[in-house]
Design a protein around this ligand. Structure first.
Ligand SMILES: C[S@@+](CC[C@H](N)C(=O)[O-])C[C@H]1O[C@@H](n2cnc3c(N)ncnc32)[C@H](O)[C@@H]1O
Length: 258
């Protein structure tokens, strides 16, 4: 995917801002008032290589099941993308989490682990008790080859779904990078993550500015769980990075389970 081909991004009113490649377009702030095309129509060879990712991370009529099937078909392509360090923001969550979670033996759940980038980074820094959860078997197959995960859980996580064979308060942290976007995960998964993360543990994720998700609902769900005393905000950090040659603003949120 070439980052300098603006046709890939179709970013509506602000083509130069926060319009970074596959899942990071500057759409959501305008989504209610402006129509923008969600379909890839670039003609650059690199763009064609990653158009599938663009399609599944933007608004449409897909379900998480559909998008995970597409990840199944493109697991090798995804691996190639992250090996090229195409999108810097995918490291932000783990880097921020490692600043606060000092216990390297603490058990960590990597939700939407994909091909294992987070696990690899965690392992490089000495964390050694990591599980992966993902809705795509083929992505997990590649994650397995990294030899950084103890357990690989194949599951499409969504509201009301329970992670099988995982007791309450099992984990010291859950990390998620690049999973809160259309057709992936949404805020309805938080109660289950709170169940499996122990009090004092962390739930950490990133959302890019301009992500096409319903931010109002997302934030109000986060807030509701605060009011219910389930968790509290530990830290929020804004990162400026690049996805390809496009700037991307990423917000990392770290909640502490109560
Ligand atoms: C953009 S990739 C991010 C992968 C990895 N976290 C990274 O930073 O490279 C999103 C991953 O989330 C998985 N996924 C999407 N929706 C999911 C769901 N509802 N439950 C579990 N996994 C999901 C996909 O299969 C894919 O591997």
């Amino acid at each position: 995917m070439s980052s300098n081909d603006s046709k890939l991004h179709t970013c509506g009113e602000k083509p130069d801002e926060h319009c970074p490649g596959f899942q990071r377009g500057d759409h959501s702030d305008h989504a209610d008032t402006h129509h923008h095309h969600d379909h890839y129509h670039g003609d650059h060879d690199d763009d064609k290589e990653f158009y599938w990712l663009y399609e599944i991370t933007h608004k449409g009529t897909m379900t998480p099941e559909d998008s995970c099937k597409i990840y199944d078909q493109h697991a090798d392509d995804y691996e190639k993308l992250i090996n090229g360090n195409y999108c810097q923001h995918l490291n932000f969550v783990v880097n921020d989490m490692m600043e606060i979670m000092k216990d390297k033996n603490g058990r960590i759940l990597d939700v939407g682990a994909g091909t294992g980038a987070n696990g690899k980074l965690l392992k490089q820094h000495g964390y050694n008790n990591i599980d992966a959860l993902d809705g795509s078997k083929e992505m997990l197959k590649i994650a397995k080859t990294k030899n950084v995960y103890d357990n690989l859980i194949h599951l499409i996580l969504k509201g009301g779904v329970r992670i099988p064979n995982v007791e309450n308060d099992s984990y010291s942290a859950a990390v998620m990078s690049g999973v809160f976007c259309p057709n992936h995960c949404d805020s309805t998964i938080f109660p289950e993550l709170i169940r499996v993360v122990k009090p004092g543990g962390y739930i950490c994720w990133d959302v890019n500015v301009g992500e096409e998700i319903d931010k109002e609902k997302f934030n109000s769900d986060v807030e509701k769980l605060c009011k219910e005393g389930k968790w509290k905000k530990h830290k929020e950090k804004v990162h400026e990075g690049y996805c390809g040659e496009e700037k991307a603003t990423t917000i990392v949120t770290i909640m502490e389970v109560l």
